[in-house]
Ligand binder design. Structure first.
Ligand code: PMP
Ligand code: GLU
Length: 396
């Protein structure tokens, strides 16, 4: 007998993992699938970080760490935030978690009560919506489009605010759009938010270092909103450490304490070996790891040229992260090879089944018109994937 809670009944599986599993299953059956589903670097963990992990094992870092993470790691995070972002956070304001995913979860759990509203500029990362729902909160989605690089305006933001608004949650650089908010754009958003100090800004900056054009700005750099901002970041993307599960939040004191309280009851903190290794990663000058970003940039340029040639695709030009989010609305309502395409999830399934290319449909990112392609894959696979899709759609 199934005895689900209301909470689980209302939840969806993470679509990023659903589609990567489907691609994996098809591959296991012998189909030559190219999976551009999951957003994770295809590089190995840098050697100095691996070495630090070996040493941590030999030095018997095998017991619980303090709940919010080793002091030395929180100091390294604090120094990183000063070095790269000109942000002042004491180690006591940092909470290290099992990935940035848990950092976001902690912050939401700390502030959201039943019926509270959280503003999500769309497209948003899949887990934001589900986590807000898990807390009993209500998502207030602010629409954007490919024409405005999927970015909201300060006016749109202010219109979405109600007396029930508890937070705004966004990523910059953005998963899935690959856009990022510039200094000036964030300044005008900060100006609006400063009028509402009761609203927490949850600024997910996990793609901070994967930016091909501009200098990353954190909204917490604007003094008028520093006290109401939670900065989220982690080791997964720029350090290719997705499986090591280290993320962190930097918050005002009261919120940092609440994150620690939640974490102390739920996970007791993050893996100690991965924490020790992260200290080395964070102390290293980011330019040492820049070769991965340079490689992503080459692939971005390559995919952009190839994707533009795919019939019916309106292609965005992502300036950061490692995703394309083309608008495929040309195909909505059409029947392709006998498959009716109602929304972008149908389209992603169509691509998987007919071109054997795995992507993630946009519905769970808050967009029925777009499909997400991760280009954290080899050039060979990217060229082959684009060629298969072009051929398939040209024939249809
Ligand atoms: N935020 C965004 C925008 C992401 O794309 C991801 C996926 N890695 C995360 C947070 C979570 O990252 P992790 O839990 O691996 O640190
Ligand atoms: N964040 C990555 C993605 O969006 C990894 C999967 C996940 O955490 O959802 O594909």
């Amino acid at each position: 007998m199934e005895k689900f809670s209301e909470r689980v009944r209302n939840m969806s599986f993470s679509q990023t993992f659903v589609m990567s599993n489907k691609a994996r299953e098809l591959k296991a059956k012998g189909v030559d699938v190219i999976s551009l589903t999951l957003g994770e670097p295809d590089f190995d963990v840098p050697d100095n970080i691996k070495q630090a992990a070996f040493e941590a094992i030999h030095q018997n870092y095998s017991h619980y760490s303090p709940v919010p993470g080793f002091l030395e790691l929180r100091e390294a995070v604090s120094n990183k935030l000063k070095r790269d972002n000109n942000l002042n956070y004491k180690p006591s304001q940092i909470c290290v978690s099992n990935g940035a995913k848990q950092s976001i979860f902690n912050v939401l759990a700390a502030i959201i009560d039943n019926g509270d509203e959280v503003i999500l500029p769309a497209p948003f990362w899949v887990s934001y919506e589900e986590m807000v729902k898990m807390m009993g909160g209500k998502c207030v989605v602010v629409e954007t489009s490919i024409e405005t690089e999927f970015k909201i305006t300060p006016e749109q933001l202010e219109q979405a605010i109600t007396p029930k608004t508890k937070a705004i949650l966004y990523s910059s650089p953005c998963n899935p759009s690959g856009s990022y908010y510039t200094f000036d754009e964030l300044k005008s958003i900060a100006k609006v938010m400063a009028k509402y100090p009761q609203i927490t800004i949850i600024s997910d900056e996990i793609y901070e270092l994967i930016n091909y054009e501009g200098k990353h700005t954190s909204i917490a750099e604007f003094p008028e909103v520093y006290e109401q901002t939670a900065v989220i970041n982690g080791m997964s993307k720029a350090y290719a450490m997705t499986g090591w599960r280290i993320g962190y939040s930097a918050c005002p004191d009261w919120l940092a304490k609440a994150c620690e309280k939640i974490q102390g009851q739920v996970t007791s903190g993050a893996n100690t070996v991965a924490q020790r290794a992260s200290i080395v990663g964070l102390k290293t000058n980011p330019s040492e790891y820049r070769f991965m970003v340079d490689e992503f940039k080459k692939r971005r340029d390559l995919v952009y040229q190839l994707m533009k040639e795919i019939p019916g695709f309106k292609v965005n030009y992502p300036k950061a992260a490692f995703y394309f989010f083309p608008d495929i609305s040309y195909y909505l309502g059409k029947t392709l090879n006998g498959t009716r395409i109602e929304n972008s999830d149908d389209f992603a399934m169509f691509l998987l089944e007919n071109a054997h290319v795995g992507t993630v449909g946009g519905l769970s990112f808050g967009s029925a018109e777009c499909v997400r392609f991760s280009y954290a894959a080899s050039e060979k696979d990217l060229v082959e994937a684009m060629s298969r899709i072009k051929k398939l759609l040209a024939a249809g």
